[in-house]
Design a protein around this ligand. Structure first.
Ligand code: ADP
Ligand code: MG
Length: 820
């Protein structure tokens, strides 16, 4: 039950009521008008009063009600930026950047005052008053200053998304607030969320002693009529296309928002739509789809009958059984609005020009300027149609949307906690997400949501809520951060929803293997952090990469390691085929030969010998090195380079930023390093290539694979070039996109094991087995030191060189005779 508490009488000790202040803000007329229409606008007083009188306040309201853009402004005007910053965290980087820009614009303030900070980019200045950041950034800041003294308020936005870092921040802040209340000045916490499952925060007595007040924003959500498909189609992209065609041709004005699961689907549908509804096309085009649709329209016209529509008045809090049961009501796929049908048909008959569609893709790795397109008005006379992944579900509100087409699925990365193999699963979303998606149609007026699945799927297949991220992702990074904060027994931490014990244990074991946590031998999962672990935790990369960087100050490897780690951290730097350009009206689709061409090119980049053994890491080094070089030769030269060589330009720029950030952090940690900020990458020498392979091994000690030996004859063919991974029975194969695919070394390390039709290894680097006792000693069982040749001793009588034999891992892979 959500409660709105307007008369807060409770006061917490040490939390005196502050005098009322008002900091004037200048806003443009147009901005003023827009904000006055937002549902949250009437709640300013309630929000400010609640914050004044309580250490923690929860603000719950539908997406688009104005929480993110307005609440920081309310607090600013109430003087909260006078004594410290107003910090706002977002789980998504896209939101942190675009919201800081929006708020700066609304308040007529510069980006020096309303700024953002994401992992490797930001425009924060000493004058910053409102700081948008990703939740991971704030967690890092807590490590440096546990009491967050530079802030007067922290707003945790999108708490319903239940991202790992936001969950942990809630737990940490529940401990920081009482200390700040005692020592002053008090810190305030606002938790903002869509109206979903806020009980986890409100009623969790481990978190807050008394339940914080909840301000619910009554959103002026218009009714959204939900239409289920009678049957669930096998190809939802095609089905989405059919549905959009129908909506566009038959239903009145209003933007269409389509939810698909991934970038490729989004681009595919965009192409189909652009081809079908080009600008200035006429209806007499001979497109197959058109004539087929005409037939359908006639058929529908024939069986047209009045159907009752179920309105979700109080969206989405309607009990399930009151939602549309299409079968019962006779609402089929071909249900139409009668009046529009008539006008459409008369349009068809008069052969009028068809209205063009303004098609825009939206997914998280799309360049920001193209993401921002969705906020602009569509060209005169065209209909806006945004094809999105679930970034459009809650974090960004797209204006003008009246129709939502929802495939009902989402792509999720699923990790096997035991083996570390990850898979992308396309699976049903939760009912809560489906309702969020539908709600996007009710912002400008009554809307419609077309669900491309049956109501039975909704009722029987979809979970009510999605699991919190902390319960399904590996938490190595998080665990290390918490240990660095001296939280040893992580299982006792007040998480809003605790991670599974087995995940904590698996992460702890991996961190012990990496040497980041002490191996106290007790197996109590309460290990303390080591010196190496502290260094790793202070670097803004995952623990594995942190270890590589921490060790790379030796042998002059630091500059190369910084380039390499930056390139390995940014996702999808190398594309398997070039991205299609978004503005091409008609595109023949991606060229199949492109994939082969890129593959061949990458093989020539690495060549042979030591360079080939460095494998996919060498490709990354070459790619970023050459891209930086190219970017100096004039405007747009980087774009041209990226298009030619199949690099994602946005990723190259992210790598550059991350590289700069890592450089400055390392210069702080190691004042003697004196790493120059923007050097050109000197290609590694053969010696350095070997050392880099060892460095990579030091961070990937548990991601080692060994080529399978020759087995029984009948299996030989099947298991050709198969590998055995540590702790995994099933065989794995090097992914064909790897440059080591054909040479297939005996021992290798990999960045990622990925399951599709079989288990593939990506980001592959060859290693020498004799390195294992040195770089992965915890997994080696060293047998008798060999006395032949006899070990040599130094002057103190300590043995310095000896030969050993042994095995590696539980699989007991035999190690060659190794000299240590
Ligand atoms: P909430 O956080 O409650 O979901 P927001 O504060 O994000 O709501 O959005 C409030 C309104 O501001 C929405 O109508 C949205 O379309 C609009 N808006 C947000 N960002 C922009 C932008 N960059 N340009 C134009 N309008 C925007
Ligand atoms: Mg928001």
């Amino acid at each position: 039950e959500l409660i709105t508490q307007r008369n807060h009488t409770r006061k917490t000790e040490g939390d005196a009521i502050e005098p009322t202040v008002f900091v004037p803000v200048h806003r443009a007329e147009e901005v003023q008008q827009q904000r006055s229409k937002l549902p949250i606008f009437g709640e300013e007083q309630a929000v400010i009063e609640a914050v004044r009188e309580n250490p923690v306040v929860i603000v719950a309201g539908e997406t688009g009600s104005g929480k993110t853009t307005q609440v920081p402004q309310f607090l600013y005007e109430a003087g909260y930026a006078l004594k410290g910053m107003i910090g706002v965290t977002e789980p998504r980087r896209v939101a942190a950047i675009s919201m800081s820009q929006r708020v700066a614009y609304e308040m007529s303030l510069s980006k020096d005052i309303v700024s953002y900070q994401i992992r490797y980019d930001g425009n924060v200045t000493p004058d910053t008053k409102i700081k948008f950041m990703t939740d991971g950034v704030l967690l890092k800041e807590i490590q440096k200053d546990f009491l967050l003294k530079s802030y007067s308020v922290i707003i945790l936005d999108e708490a319903h998304e239940r991202s790992v870092f936001t969950d942990v921040l809630i737990g940490l802040l529940s401990r920081i607030l009482p200390i700040r209340a005692k020592r002053g000045p008090p810190l305030k916490l606002l938790i903002m969320s869509a109206t979903l499952r806020i009980e986890d925060f409100v009623e969790n007595t481990r978190l807050f002693r008394s339940p914080p007040p909840v301000i619910t924003v009554d959103s002026r959500q218009f009714p959204v009529t939900v239409h289920f498909n009678k049957q669930t189609p096998s190809d939802y992209v095609e089905e989405a296309f059919r549905k959009v065609c129908k909506i566009h041709r038959r239903l009145p004005e209003g933007g269409i928002l389509i939810f698909l699961t991934g970038q490729q689907e989004v681009n595919h549908l965009c192409r189909l739509l652009k081809r079908t509804f080009p600008f200035h096309a006429t209806l007499d085009s001979e497109d197959n789809v058109d004539s087929q649709l005409d037939k359908t329209i006639k058929a529908v016209k024939h069986k047209r009958h009045k159907v009752p529509l179920v309105h979700l008045e109080d969206f989405p809090l309607v009990p399930l059984d009151e939602q549309t049961g299409d079968e019962d009501l006779g609402l089929g796929d071909d249900e139409l609005l009668d009046d529009d049908m008539d006008s459409f048909l008369s349009n068809c008959q008069s052969g009028l020009k068809e209205q063009p569609i303004h098609v825009l893709p939206l997914y998280s790795i799309l360049p920001s300027h193209r993401q921002a397109e969705v906020f602009k008005d569509p060209p005169e006379g065209s209909r806006l149609c945004v094809v999105a992944t679930n970034v459009a579900e809650t974090s960004l509100t797209i204006p003008h949307i009246k129709y939502v087409v929802d495939c009902g699925k989402q792509k999720m990365r699923v990790y096997d906690q035991v083996t570390g193999v990850s898979t992308f699963h396309v699976d049903w979303t939760s009912q809560a997400s489906a309702n969020q998606r539908a709600g996007r149609a009710g912002r400008v007026g009554p809307g419609h949501c077309y669900r491309l699945y049956s109501s039975a799927v909704f009722k029987d297949e979809m979970q009510i809520y999605s699991e919190a991220e902390i319960q399904r992702k590996p938490i190595d990074d998080l665990l290390l951060q918490m240990k660095a904060l001296n939280i040893r027994k992580v299982c006792n931490f007040p998480f809003p929803s605790p991670p599974k014990q087995e995940n904590i244990e698996a992460a702890e074991r991996r961190l012990i293997l990496l040497g980041a946590l002490e191996d106290n031998g007790k197996g109590d999962f309460a290990s303390g952090i080591t010196g190496l672990g502290m260094t790793m935790a202070s670097l803004p990369v995952s623990p594995r990469f942190g270890k590589m960087l921490s060790l790379s100050h030796q042998q002059g490897l630091l500059p190369l390691a910084v380039w390499l780690v930056a390139a390995m951290t940014v996702p999808e730097l190398l594309l398997e085929r070039p991205l299609t350009t978004g503005n091409a009206q008609t595109s023949a689709g991606p060229d199949k030969d492109d994939r082969k061409r890129l593959q061949a090119l990458r093989c020539t980049w690495v060549g042979q010998g030591d360079s080939l053994l460095l494998g996919d890491a060498m490709v990354l080094l070459k790619a970023v090195g050459a891209a930086e070089h190219a970017s100096c030769s004039g405007p747009r030269s980087l774009s041209k380079f990226c298009a030619k060589y199949g690099l994602r330009e946005k990723a190259v720029i992210e790598v550059r930023k991350l590289r700069r950030q890592l450089t400055s952090e390392i210069n702080l940690l190691l004042p003697n390093a004196n790493l120059p900020l923007d050097p050109f990458l000197q290609p590694p020498t053969p010696d350095q290539m070997r050392l880099l392979r060892q460095l990579l091994l030091s961070g990937l000690v548990d991601q080692v694979a060994k080529k399978m030996g020759p087995g029984p004859e009948r299996e030989k063919k099947q298991l050709k070039r198969a590998y055995q991974m540590l702790g995994m029975e099933d065989p794995a194969w090097i992914h064909p996109s790897s440059v080591l695919f054909t040479s297939s070394p005996e021992f290798l390390i990999f960045l990622e094991a990925f399951q599709s039709n079989k288990v593939y290894l990506r980001g592959v680097v060859a290693i020498e087995p004799e390195w294992l006792p040195t770089f992965a000693p915890k997994q080696c069982n060293i047998l008798t030191p060999l006395e032949d040749p006899p070990p040599s001793y130094d002057s103190e009588g300590d043995r310095v060189v000896c030969w050993v034999t042994g095995t590696f891992g539980k699989e007991a892979w035999e190690l060659p005779r190794v000299r240590i």
